[in-house]
Design a protein around this ligand. Structure first.
Ligand SMILES: [Cu+2]
Length: 399
């Protein structure tokens, strides 16, 4: 799941993630401010399209740009934490996004866009459909990345094979899980839950790019909006780790169980089918690596993703592995363009992994509830230390 949308959760996150974090009146963010004149990465980031996001407006400095690499400098001029999306023509599929922009901060979205019609959206408070506008990309095709094109194509091919492999394993694992769960073999279902979900968590940005599937499959109870039906993994999680003292009358019946389990399998098949048609662009891979770290910072390190099973560290590990794979695929390009950045990212991945390895037990991890506040803080610091250089990956690869 992408984000805690409830204010209480953001408070917890701010309290826990407070190292490189800038706290602001209405929220917090784990990223340093970056503006278009920030030359810390060698002046490559020229900036481009300015976006001013307030609590009720989303002003994009132009609604037209030629195809190729687009750089949006999104400044939060409002009081609520916000995010910015670029959707494809269907208004649902995400071409690029930047999340968790605290008041007063600027964050950059770098995407490679083909000609066509797009929709921009700011989401103050990080919920709902956002304040939308039309955006047109003109020209005849994406600008070629010249000598780097071969390396970029290889990276995309490698990443594609990875995603295909993960979604295959997700589908076969979900079948096993659903079978056990429907047969009432709950111990077996509990055993399968976290390892099967790891295949989802490794490729979460891809799954989330299908805006309709993510909420159906991975929505948390705390993020349910008025009138929304809860389906997917976390509904079954709650049933399997039914909280002590919760009213038995609210528990799923066997009929409900069969219905929601079948729905999860249908949605997984749908995901599997759609993933087969995807082609990956380097910006999606690099932005996706950063999104995975955002996922860790906002959901896993806070223990909110798996609030009933407390298997958050499995998801944490899987998000890190997914990000690592995307980075490794792009490494030849990074080595050419900014080897120092590549080295820093590499070291921080290693440091984060070392931190996480302390909590391995058997084939998996300790329960999130076994972590002390100090341990959570340490993990959170390592995540933030990696997120910062990783946020420069897309611009390095594309600009
Ligand atoms: Cu998730």
């Amino acid at each position: 799941m992408r984000f805690p949308k409830h204010p209480a959760a953001s408070g917890v996150l701010c309290a826990l993630a407070a190292t490189t974090v800038l706290l602001a009146a209405a929220g917090c963010t784990s990223n340093e401010p970056r503006t278009s004149d920030d030359k810390s990465d060698g002046g490559r980031t020229k900036g481009g399209i300015a976006v001013s996001a307030t609590d009720d407006t989303c002003a994009v400095s132009t609604t037209k740009a030629p195809s190729g690499t687009l750089v949006f400098d999104v400044t939060n001029d409002g009081s609520k934490v916000t995010e910015f999306y670029l959707y494809r023509a269907d208004g649902k599929t995400i071409a690029g996004e930047v999340e968790n922009i605290g008041p007063g901060l600027t964050r950059q979205l770098v995407v490679r866009a083909q000609p066509g019609t797009y929709t921009t959206a700011c989401k103050p408070g990080m919920s709902g459909d956002g304040i939308r506008g039309r955006f047109t990309v003109t020209g005849s095709g994406t600008a070629n990345a010249g000598a780097d094109q071969r390396l970029l194509d290889q990276a995309a091919g490698r990443y594609r094979a990875y995603v295909t492999g993960e979604v295959d394993k997700l589908l076969s694992g979900t079948k096993q899980f659903v079978t056990a769960y429907k047969a009432g073999r709950f111990d077996r279902a509990r055993e399968l839950y976290a390892p099967v979900r790891a295949h989802w968590e490794r490729i979460e940005p891809v799954a989330e790019s299908f805006g309709d599937l993510d909420p159906k499959m991975d929505l948390r109870e705390a993020d349910l909006e008025e009138g929304q039906t809860w389906t997917g993994w976390h509904l079954l999680e709650k049933d399997l780790w039914w909280p002590a003292g919760a009213p038995a009358a609210k528990r799923l019946t066997d009929t409900d169980r069969a219905k929601y389990a079948d729905q999860l399998l249908t949605d997984t098949r749908d995901l599997h089918r759609r993933v087969a048609t995807l082609k990956y662009q380097p910006d999606q891979m690099a932005n996706g690596a950063k999104e995975l770290l955002d996922e860790v910072a906002t959901g896993k390190v806070t223990g909110e993703e798996e609030i009933w099973s407390h298997t958050d560290l499995y998801d944490f590990q899987a998000n890190v592995e997914g990000a690592r794979f995307a980075f490794d695929s792009l490494r030849p390009v990074v080595n050419k363009k900014d080897p120092a950045l590549g080295k820093v990212i590499e070291q921080r991945f290693a440091a984060l992994q070392k931190d996480l390895d302390q909590y391995r037990r058997g084939d998996g991890f300790v329960s999130y509830t076994d972590l002390s506040k100090t341990q959570v803080k340490q993990l959170s610091d390592s995540v933030n230390a990696l997120a910062e250089p990783l946020s420069r990956l897309t611009a390095t690869v594309l600009v």
